[in-house]
Design a protein. Structure first.
Length: 327
C-alpha cells in the first residue's frame, strides 16, 4: 500500500509517498481501507517538531481516517467487512491507503454521513465540543469569542456554542471571505483580527460587552490582546499557537478581573472512559438532525499531501482539509 511518511523534521517538502507494509489484523484489531484522511494544523506542528509531545521518526501523520472495514482479526465479532467506520488514531497513521487499529478506536458511521465530512468531527469537532463542555463549560446566554472562526475548529465552535445556548457568538478571521463564511455558519458578529484596532471594533460592535469565553489558537499578540475583550470572571482557552509565537500571561491581570486561562490538548482526553464516544454521538446527532453543518471540505490526493500542508500554511483554506487515498 501507499502511505506518506517523513524521516526528518521540516516543512511540506519533507513528506514522501512510499510503499508501506502489508497489514494483517491481529486479535481485537480491524483493517480499514481509507476513503478520507483528515489533515490538521497539528500535523504541520508534528512535521516541524513543534508539537506538544515528541514525534518519533519515521512517522506517518493522520489522527483520523474514515473508510470501510477491509478485514477483522480474531475476537472481533461485532464488526463486519464493508461497514463504514471512522478510526480515531491517537498514534497517527492516517495518511495511508489502509490503517490497522483496535476496535476501541473505531466508531461506526451513521447513515448519510460521508467519509470526508466525518473526519471533521474528530479533531475539529471534538476540540470545539470538549472546550465548551469540559474546559470552559458554557453557561446559557454567555458571549463566546472564537478566533480563526473560518477554520475547521472555529467554524464548528461557532455552531456548537450556539447549540449549547450562547447568547452572542463573535467570530474573528483574516479576510473578508472568511468573515462572510463565519457569518454563514452562525456568527452574530465578525471582526477582522488583522486590524490594529480589532479589540476596539469588537467592543463597539457589542455595545461595550466583552466575551465570557474566548477560544484562542493564534498565540502571540492576538493571545495577549484577547484579555482586553475578556469579561470579568471570563475564561480564555488556548488550544494552539498558529503564529508560532508564545505569549506570556500577566498574573496581575488575572487577579484583578478574576480571569481564568486554560490549555486544551485533545490527546489528553483519549482513554478517559466514554467521554469521546459520547461526544461524537452528540456531534453525529446534531449533524443528522441538520443542526450542525460540516465545514467545507477541500480534498487532495494522498500523493499531494505536501500541497495540502502548503495550503494550510498559506491560510488558503476554510473548513476541513482531507486526503483521498483512493485517488
Amino acid at each position: 500500500m501507499k502511505q506518506v511518511q517523513f524521516h526528518e523534521y521540516g516543512g511540506p517538502e519533507a513528506l514522501r509517498c512510499v510503499d508501506g507494509p502489508d497489514l494483517k489484523p491481529g486479535d481485537g484489531q480491524v483493517l480499514v481501507k481509507v476513503a478520507a484522511a483528515g489533515v490538521n494544523f497539528a500535523d504541520l506542528m508534528r512535521l516541524s517538531d513543534s508539537y506538544v509531545e515528541p514525534t518519533p521518526l519515521p512517522y506517518v501523520l493522520g489522527m483520523e481516517a474514515a473508510g470501510f472495514i477491509e478485514a477483522v482479526g480474531p475476537g472481533v465479532d461485532d464488526l463486519e467487512p464493508g461497514a463504514p467506520v471512522l478510526a480515531i488514531l491517537g498514534g497517527g497513521g492516517g495518511y495511508s491507503q489502509y490503517v490497522l487499529t483496535s476496535t476501541q478506536e473505531i466508531v461506526a458511521l451513521p447513515p448519510g454521513l460521508g467519509a470526508a465530512e466525518s473526519t471533521a468531527l474528530v479533531v475539529q469537532g471534538l476540540t470545539a465540543y470538549l472546550i465548551l463542555t469540559q474546559t470552559a463549560p458554557l453557561r446559557r446566554g454567555e458571549a463566546v469569542l472564537v478566533h480563526a472562526a473560518a477554520g475547521g475548529v472555529g467554524s464548528l465552535a461557532v455552531q456548537v456554542a450556539k447549540l449549547l445556548g450562547a447568547g452572542t457568538v463573535i467570530a474573528t478571521a483574516s479576510t473578508q471571505d472568511k468573515l462572510d463564511f463565519s457569518r454563514s455558519v452562525g456568527a452574530d458578529l465578525a471582526i477582522d483580527y488583522t486590524r490594529d484596532d480589532w479589540t476596539e471594533r469588537l467592543l463597539e460592535a457589542t455595545g461595550g460587552q466583552p466575551a465570557d469565553i474566548i477560544l484562542e489558537m493564534v498565540g502571540g499578540e492576538i493571545f495577549r490582546r484577547s484579555f482586553d475583550v475578556l469579561a470579568p470572571f471570563g475564561r480564555l482557552v488556548g488550544y494552539g499557537a498558529a503564529s508560532g509565537t508564545a505569549a506570556a500571561v500577566d498574573t496581575f491581570t488575572l487577579l484583578r478581573l478574576n480571569h481564568t486561562v486554560s490549555g486544551f490538548y485533545l490527546g489528553g482526553y483519549f482513554g478517559r472512559g466514554s467521554l469521546i464516544p459520547e461526544a461524537l454521538t452528540q456531534l453525529f446527532t446534531w449533524v443528522r438532525d441538520g443542526e450542525l453543518r460540516i465545514p467545507d471540505v477541500t480534498c487532495f490526493p494522498l500523493a499531494r499531501a505536501a500541497d495540502a500542508h502548503r495550503a494550510i500554511q498559506a491560510r488558503q483554506t476554510t473548513g476541513k482539509v482531507v486526503l483521498t487515498p483512493w485517488s
